[in-house]
Design a protein around this ligand. Sequence first.
Ligand code: ZN
Length: 252
Amino acid sequence: MSIRRIRVFPDPILRKKCRVVRRVDDKIRELAYDMIETMDAASGVGLAANQVGALQRVVTLHLPGDEDAIILINPEIRDTEGEREIIEGCLSFPGYEGMVKRSVSVKARWLDENGSKMKVTTEDLFAQVLEHEVYHLNGILYIDHLLEHEKLDAAGTHVEEGEPHMHDIEVEVHADHSDDDEVEPQESDIEVVHTTIKFNDLYSESLVDQMHYDLRKAGYALPPSESKAGDRVESDDPHLDGGVILDPEHKH
Ligand code: ZN
């Protein structure tokens, strides 16, 4: 298994429709296992194959509290009931969340990694993630149906502590211990203050920067970017002040 890089908006592959899987073979299983590893590394609840660059109808889910992730091949939503408004995020938009409308209850079917037919009628987070991921396979993103027109908030803004959430990405903070600002800091001068995932394994930093730019250009209202400068490492060690936070929008 290996971690694959997560594609971020506006990567065109996120807008492509994934193809139906004709045969559940080792290649599909390998893709699915990589997706699970990638999703778990990002503390994500769900991932669709085009988010890691594969145009196959494969989804992985890992619901909070469940020991194992599950693999859904060719998932289909058969029926939905009710409507609710809910805050949602997406691993392809790290650092953001927005309000969307989702079904209360979802009836779905798919094949598992052995090609066995599976089905479920479910509510809550499972239903939400099923809809979110099946939309992904059709090239539709949650930002396409935000309730408040084109408004995104910083991830975590609306989340209660401990509440299950779709995109809890922990961040890595590098503190520069070197005294000279001009010189590239030595490896030994850098202290990783807090790390949960290897951010660079999951995202290309320059693409995340580009995502912020493109979202603004596309007319999305984003939280103020001043947080970048204001969001600093707090430490008694004066050298730690002002460490680089790779994902300043994310608070937890
Ligand atoms: Zn998503």
